[in-house]
Design a protein around this ligand. Structure first.
Ligand code: ADP
Length: 628
């Protein structure tokens, strides 16, 4: 074969190979790229193994927080699968093999990228069965007390996030807050794990033996524990260690047990676990969920990122800064000054002032405004009272002057009224004297004459009494009076004035008593003013028709005084003015009589009106409220 031909064949083969290679790259390139991207987006499998169950306190609170934080912090998507070791829930755990077989069937072909064990039983389980279940998977053994870590079986593929239960610190907290404590009732359940812890507590607290007595509740059912807790002696506290399974085999999963204990206990409850804080425990140094979460999540993320577990090491986590429940401190009278410096007090209830500040401010403002208004109104009322008193005083004074003028008008009739009895007295006295000069005077006759003298004297005295009473300068005084009698007295005063002028003055009192509230002197003045006007009016008319008629009646719950005359009446245009001050049609009139009358009647809560009678003359009607 010529060299050139061999060469060309070799080149052709090389070109073919290159073409095939390129072809295959063109064909497979995108598929590989897709594969790589799938690998990048494929979720990492996280197996979370719970010791007692997903909802079992206190572990549930740690695992919940760890899961949430891990999902939040992981740079890659996660597929978190959770399983629970139920065997630890029982005082006599059964065989574990079926559970192991189940997990093996799940993870044989797709082992987890990281195994997270929560709690000591789960960490033991992982260590025991890892070679069978997931021999190459890295593990993070978390929420496990350092004493329960099986160090002998730890591998380079394990991270341990352990905690340290410092029972001495927990009890020192109790004694710091309540130095008088003499007894601590320790609530710890009856499962093998809990019995282990009861022994640990007992061992650690040896140094306190002389100072406090310890009562152990591991052998009691929870019902018995509740009974005891309700009747504990003074200076005792309850220490809530762990209550997973009680002596009766009852499982206490959530925090219901602690809450029931809190409801009945007559002493404070202490615990060193944050998951029980806020549900009834007073507080103190405790394991912090946040700190354990932070370390666990950081370890898991680093392991998932490819870091060697052996390189990640943590010291056992100690109790965090003490936290206290304000409500419990209040309930048991523990002063905040007893708390260690730097401790945190939570669940503070806002004071009434803090809670209702706005409402209280509003109410105060309303009160202030209201009291201001009340004070103002009281002041106003006082001023009105004073003004009323003053106006009444003025009215009384004016009325007094007016009465003088009214009585002045009656002078003739009063003089007549007085003259008559005085004249009779004189005549009778003279007659008696003459009779006594007789040798045998008629004593019976003289006795009759003396009786007449006495009667006339009483008549004159009565006229003077009435005059004095009507001229009395009295303040306005309201009392309960009988109106028929009051009007009668006023009529008595003017009666004599009508005789000389041949005026018929009649008075018809109501047949029933009319009780009203009023000042008799002032009301008599009203009657006098109206009657004197009526007498004036009729004195101008025909002799045959000179009549003034007074009457009182009851109209509903009002008493009426009617004064009618046969005078000329009032001109229609004057009807609206007669009660106005200084309105008069008389040459020597003052025009104050009716104005004063109206003021007095209105001060009695009554009314005074006038109208012209159809038969002629005016009719004045005074209405006053009846009291009974
Ligand atoms: P005076 O009697 O000083 O005029 P009054 O206030 O008592 O003051 O009366 C006011 C006016 O009312 C009288 O001037 C008169 O014109 C009228 N008047 C009052 N009573 C009667 C009456 N019975 N008949 C007619 N006019 C009357």
């Amino acid at each position: 074969m010529p060299i050139a031909s061999i060469k060309s064949k070799t080149i052709a083969a090389a070109v073919l190979c290159l073409a095939l290679l390129l072809g295959s790259m063109v064909l497979h390139g995108p598929a590989r790229a897709a594969e790589a991207s799938v690998a990048r987006n494929e979720p990492k499998r996280v197996l979370m193994l719970h010791s007692f169950g997903r909802e079992f306190r206190p572990w549930s609170e740690y695992s919940r927080s760890i899961k949430a934080e891990l999902e939040r912090q992981s740079p890659v998507p996660l597929d978190v699968q959770e399983h629970s070791l139920l065997a630890s829930r029982y005082n006599n755990p059964g065989p574990e093999e079926p559970f192991v077989d189940y997990l093996q069937s799940l993870y044989q072909d797709a082992p987890p990228d990281v195994v997270l064990s929560i709690g000591a039983p789960a960490s033991r389980f992982v260590q025991r069965y890892r070679s069978k279940l997931f021999p190459n998977a890295p593990t993070v053994l978390t929420v496990v007390e350092q004493r329960l870590v099986n160090r002998a079986d730890l591998t380079d593929n394990d991270v341990v996030v352990s905690v340290h239960n410092d029972f001495m610190a927990a009890f020192e907290n109790i004694l710091r807050l309540l130095p008088d404590t003499r007894n601590v009732a320790v609530v710890i359940g009856a499962s093998p794990l809990e019995r282990f812890w009861a022994d640990e507590v007992r061992r650690e607290l040896k140094p306190l033996e002389a100072r406090i007595g310890l009562d152990w509740y591991s052998d009691l059912s929870f019902e018995q524990i509740l009974n005891r807790a309700a009747k504990l002696p003074p200076h005792t506290v309850l220490f809530w260690g762990l209550m997973s399974v009680d002596a009766a085999g009852i499982i206490h999963e959530s925090d219901i047990a602690l809450r029931s204990l809190h409801a009945v206990a007559n002493v404070p409850i202490f615990s060193y676990q944050e998951p029980f804080f806020g549900g009834g425990s007073v507080g103190g140094p405790m394991h912090s969920i946040a700190e354990t979460t932070e370390k666990t999540v950081s370890a898991a993320v680093r392991v998932l990122g490819g870091e060697k577990p052996a390189n990640i090491k943590y010291e056992p986590i100690a109790f965090a800064t003490p936290k206290y429940d304000w409500r419990e401190l209040k309930r048991w009278g523990i002063r905040e000054s007893r708390l260690p410096p730097g401790s945190e007090v939570l669940f503070r209830e806002p004071s009434l002032w803090e809670r209702y500040r706005l409402q209280m401010l509003l109410i105060t403002a309303v009160f202030l405004v209201q009291s201001g208004l009340i004070t103002g109104l009281l002041h106003e009322r006082r001023r009105r009272r004073l003004a009323e008193v003053e106006s009444r005083q003025r009215l009384a004074e004016l009325a007094h002057v007016n009465r003088y003028s009214a009585v002045g008008e009656l002078t003739t009739s009063i003089a007549h009224e007085l003259n008559q009895p005085l004249g009779s007295i004189l005549t009778n006295a003279e007659t008696a004297e003459l009779m006594l000069k007789d040798a045998s005077p008629d004593l019976d006759e003289i006795r009759n004459i003396l009786a007449d003298i006495r009667r006339d004297d009483q008549r004159a005295s009565e006229v003077i009494r009435r005059l004095r009473s009507v001229l009395k300068k009295t303040p306005f005084e309201i009392s309960e009076i009988e109106l028929n009698a009051t009007v009668g007295e006023a009529v008595g005063l003017v009666a004599a004035a009508t005789d000389g002028q041949r005026i018929g003055l009649t008075y018809m009192p109501a047949l029933v008593d009319l009780h009203i509230k009023g000042d008799p002197v002032h009301l008599q003045q009203v009657v006098l003013n109206v009657v004197i006007n009526a007498l004036d009016a009729v004195s101008d008319t025909d002799m045959a028709r000179r009549e003034v008629r007074l009457s009182t009646v009851r109209a509903g719950n009002q008493a009426e005084i009617r004064i009618a005359d046969t005078g000329p009446g009032i001109a229609a245009s004057d009807l609206a003015n007669v009660f106005n001050p200084f309105f008069t049609t008389k040459a020597k009139g003052m025009g104050m009589g009716l104005a004063i009358a109206r003021t007095i009647v209105e001060a009695h809560h009554g009314t005074i009106d006038v109208e012209n009678r159809p038969s002629g003359g005016a009719l004045f009607t005074i209405r006053l409220p009846i009291v009974r």
